[in-house]
Design a protein around this ligand. Structure first.
Ligand code: 5RP
Length: 229
């Protein structure tokens, strides 16, 4: 709860609702993953805005969209989308983000790359000066995990394998996730370029090449629209 008594969920609801203004009726819409996006999916279904179909970034979002009657198509059938709407774990002053807390980073990056505009929806707690406070998710091929953990330690980070019920967490793509703490990512583009080249990295959760063009930030003063393009 913040000073004006709004909870983080209320701020997420505000931005989810505001994102409806960016939906282009009759077109394909890219849809991300997470609790903020879940609220957006609910708002979209309730709005009656008819889109051609959604292109989803996770099994969880696909299920939620379909259960609310929003058609979903496979990305392979769609060349370009005007808009991709998704949340973030961190976003900086340039629209560079850390994503993947909800484990969907690989499909999120792929769908975002096929959209003309990335509209980020986030509560104010996600706005940071320097990326790296939130544990950085990295999807990896399981056999590479120990060596990748060593590589992150050379950068000053500590990588941990994400676990669920004492088992390594398995992504929608059948791979594992590292969460890396202790990094200060001062050069997001350079960092993304470097780590993406390490053998065994499927996707690093720094979204610098697929940065946000607009961020709808839920603040105590209402929705702030940050434009980066
Ligand atoms: C999922 C993501 C989410 O967008 C990110 O974790 C933010 O989630 P939430 O809206 O629940 O705070 O990247 O992979």
């Amino acid at each position: 709860m913040n000073q004006t008594g709004q909870t983080q969920d209320e701020l997420k609801t505000l931005v989810a609702q505001a994102a409806l203004n960016y939906v282009v009726p009759g077109e394909y819409l890219g849809v991300g993953t997470g609790s903020t996006v879940n609220l957006f999916i609910d708002a979209l279904a309730a709005s009656g805005i008819a889109i051609k179909a959604a292109v989803s970034s996770s099994i969880a979002s696909t299920q939620r969209l379909q259960s609310l009657g929003v058609p979903v198509v496979d990305l392979t059938l769609v060349l370009r989308m005007a808009v991709y709407i998704d949340g973030a774990d961190e976003i900086d002053a340039n629209g560079f983000m850390v994503k993947g807390g909800g484990a969907a980073l690989t499909r999120e990056k792929i769908v975002a790359a096929q959209a003309d505009r990335f509209v980020c929806i986030a509560d104010a707690s996600k706005r940071v000066e320097v990326l790296g406070t939130f544990p950085l998710p990295v999807e990896v091929i399981p056999m590479a995990a120990p060596e990748l953990m060593r590589q992150f330690s050379l950068l000053g980070g500590q990588a941990k394998l994400r676990m669920v019920n004492d088992q390594a967490f398995v992504t929608d793509n059948g791979q594992h996730l590292l969460d890396v703490v202790g990094l200060r990512i001062n050069d997001p583009l350079g960092f993304e370029n470097k780590v993406s080249q390490w053998p065994g990295v499927v996707t690093v959760g720094v979204f610098a090449h697929q940065r946000a063009h607009v961020c709808l930030l839920g603040t105590t003063q209402g929705v702030q629209t940050l434009v980066y393009d």
